[in-house]
Design a protein around this ligand. Structure first.
Ligand code: NAP
Length: 254
């Protein structure tokens, strides 16, 4: 059973933790409720502070603004975090670039933007966690992917291919880290209710909106659906689960 003290004494680094990220905030709230001490990461300090203020016991958690595009600086930054806040029992990478990119608009700078944050940053986070003195015993990573990485999506070549690359990254890291009993898993959500889905529906006609909803057999998800899966995969309940891509999508890719 996952209890309210399941993560007591454990430090977990969460990227994409700003209060205006529906999923990031949901993950932070769920982990804090289970007793974790969180390191909240994003670029905007004020948005991270808002998240911290929404958590039970705010003083327990830290705000660490950092630009994850600075991929090569990630391992040394993580080593400093481990000294300041304790060794990491978990890393959750939820930060991401999202959006539409019809293929005739794609240029190198767009490609680099998507792939650096969605693939390069988690690769560097893994490298950072793997260094001496950073990971606590049985540490685990959860990478937030997308159903777009499992099923093609018109107009989303960049986003979808970056999330598909995350699947390959998850499986390869799981194999590379298994010897140290470190686990790496990925969650692939479909459309989650919140500001992102509101923006998406605002761009669509009523008919298109209905069609989008209809391809989710159990309707759209809620941030807590993703957060619950993160809690499970980081917990001891999943101690023999690694290299898995878990769709959290109400049947979207079924
Ligand atoms: N929303 C959905 O329906 C949905 C569906 C499937 C999958 N997902 C996945 O779920 C995750 C969360 O999605 P969301 O919609 O809740 O979040 P979001 O609104 O896209 O938030 C993105 C987060 O990443 C941070 N971020 C962006 N660039 C960064 C950088 N260079 N360095 C550090 N942090 C950076 C942002 O904070 P700053 O701007 O302050 O840096 C923010 O906290 C993403 O991985 C997304 O792909 C979402």
């Amino acid at each position: 059973m996952i209890t309210q003290t399941a993560f007591e004494g454990k430090t977990i680094l969460l990227t994409g933790a700003s209060s205006d990220s529906d999923i990031g905030l949901g993950i932070a709230q769920a982990l804090a409720q289970c007793g974790a001490r969180l390191i909240l990461v994003g670029r905007r300090r004020e948005e991270l502070e808002k998240t911290r203020d929404l958590l039970a016991n705010p003083a327990k958690h830290s705000v660490e603004p950092f630009d994850l595009y600075d991929m090569d600086a990630i391992p040394a930054w993580m080593a400093r975090l481990a000294v300041a806040h304790g060794k990491l029992s978990g890393v959750v990478h939820s930060a991401s670039v999202q959006g539409y990119s019809p293929v005739n608009t794609i240029k190198k700078q767009h490609f680099e933007g998507y792939f650096l944050l969605n693939v390069g940053a988690p690769m560097a986070l893994a490298r950072g966690l793997h260094q001496r003195g950073v990971a606590a015993e049985n540490a685990s990573m959860v990478l937030i992917g997308s159903s777009a990485g499992l099923r093609g999506m018109k107009g989303r070549a960049l986003y979808a291919s970056s999330k598909a690359a995350l699947v390959g990254l998850t499986k390869s890291l799981a194999l590379e880290f298994a010897k140290r009993r470190m686990r790496v898993n990925c969650i692939a959500p479909a459309l989650i209710r919140g500001s992102k889905s509101d923006q998406q529906f605002a761009m669509l006609s009523e008919e298109q909106g209905k069609a989008l909803e209809a391809i989710h057999p159990m309707g759209l998800g809620q941030p807590h659906n993703v957060a619950d899966a993160v809690v499970f995969l980081l917990s001891d309940m999943a101690s023999w689960v690694t290299g898995v891509v878990l769709p959290v999508d109400g049947g979207f890719v079924a």
